[in-house]
Design a protein around this ligand. Structure first.
Ligand code: NAD
Length: 339
């Protein structure tokens, strides 16, 4: 594989949030791309990480603290900051303080990265920064990067992301720390949260369909009327886009998301087809729903990278469903966690 123009294979690369879904996959991806020195940091104990790369420098640190960020950044040439206290709509609509306190992670990580002489810093922002008024219809116009302003993002989580995007920009402008910022749109795939309250729609629907099937049930609960629309990006596209943006000259926040728009009912159709079942849908209209419609406008990423996420939802959901099925039917002590 070609040597990266911006980081050597023996330069230390830090991944924060490495015990989580995207961070865990990213550690594996960096290893596959030939990076030999990876530091992986998360607040969770190692046995709760979704994936562990044994040869990485794996550390348990609470990155809300400045000293912990200093320890994490020491000697690093690049930082991928994916650590955040977050989850799906069910979490972010009911845990606004926790979501906003992630500002401590990004602020202290930026300060520590600057002090440590880090050359490049990646920040995982979100489509939740986009203004609510642009997302009130199911047949939504895909969101362009400029649609984040005038600002009225998702309360709590989205405001923190928007503030941290700007903090990244000012560290670049004032201190010369090269920052790269992506706005992920709904990432899904294996090795992510599927139960416990932080899971997002694709994993939650897989879990509900599997649970109903295993129990011989005939019904699942669906949040909302199911007509709300979203696009979902498979983890492989997320990893490719993450690395490509980090290596690029793209300095302003950029969408990394799918533009394959579906209703939640269509997403359930896909999962039912994979499972080979048809279930009755019980719609809960007072559940946390988020915006009415959201998709990614990929004009800019196509122009800048000559690429955009393209994995079909049907393919990605198949892989995701099978992983969740295995998790739900394999005793926890026999589950493997290797990146
Ligand atoms: P995740 O919850 O699976 O991973 C985040 C990780 O950060 C967790 O393992 C968590 O333990 C860790 N963390 C939380 N607080 C920490 C702390 N104080 N110190 C150290 N580690 C801490 O989430 P993910 O889906 O992998 O998301 C990764 C990043 O991408 C997050 O910044 C998230 O906001 C962003 N993002 C994700 C999506 C998505 O659909 N998954 C969409 C938009 C943006």
């Amino acid at each position: 594989m070609a040597e990266s123009p911006v980081v050597g294979r023996d330069d230390l690369v830090l991944v924060t949030g490495a015990g989580g879904f995207i961070g865990g996959h990213l550690v594996g991806e960096l290893r596959r791309r030939g990076h030999r020195r990876i530091r992986a940091v998360d607040i969770k104990p190692l046995d709760e990480w979704f994936q562990v790369l044994p040869e990485a420098d794996n550390r348990i640190l609470d990155l809300r603290g400045r000293e912990a960020c200093r320890e994490a950044a020491r000697g690093a040439r690049q930082v991928y900051n994916l650590a955040a206290d977050m989850g799906g709509m069910g979490f972010i609509e009911t845990h606004k303080v926790e979501c906003m306190l992630s500002v401590l992670i990004n602020t202290h990580m930026l300060m520590a990265a600057h002090e440590a002489g880090v050359e490049r810093y990646f920040y995982s922002s979100s489509a939740c920064v986009y203004a609510a008024e642009k997302q009130t219809m199911t047949d939504v116009t895909p969101l362009k990067e400029a649609d984040a302003y005038p600002a009225m993002p998702e309360d709590g989580y989205g405001w923190e992301k928007l503030f941290s995007e700007r903090m990244c920009r000012h560290f670049r402008e004032d201190f010369g720390l090269e920052t790269r910022i992506v706005r992920y749109h709904n990432v899904y795939g294996p090795h992510g949260t599927y139960e416990g309250g932080r899971e997002k729609a694709p994993a939650a629907i897989c879990r509900k369909v599997i649970a109903a099937t295993l129990a011989g049930g005939s019904e699942i609960e669906v949040w909302g009327d199911g007509q709300q629309t979203r696009s979902f990006m498979y983890i492989d596209d997320c990893l490719f886009g993450t690395y490509a943006v980090m290596e690029s000259d793209i300095r302003d926040p950029i969408n990394v998301g799918s533009d394959e728009l579906v209703t939640i009912n269509q997403l359930i159709d896909i999962v039912e087809e994979i499972a080979g079942v048809r279930l009755t849908r019980r719609h809960t209209l007072d559940a946390p729903l988020g915006v009415r419609g959201r998709s990614s406008d990929n004009t800019r990423i196509r122009r800048e990278l000559g690429w955009a996420p393209s994995t079909r939802l049907r393919y990605g959901m198949d892989t995701t469903y099978r992983w969740i099925y295995d998790q739900m039917t394999t005793p926890s002590e026999r589950r493997r966690i290797y990146a």
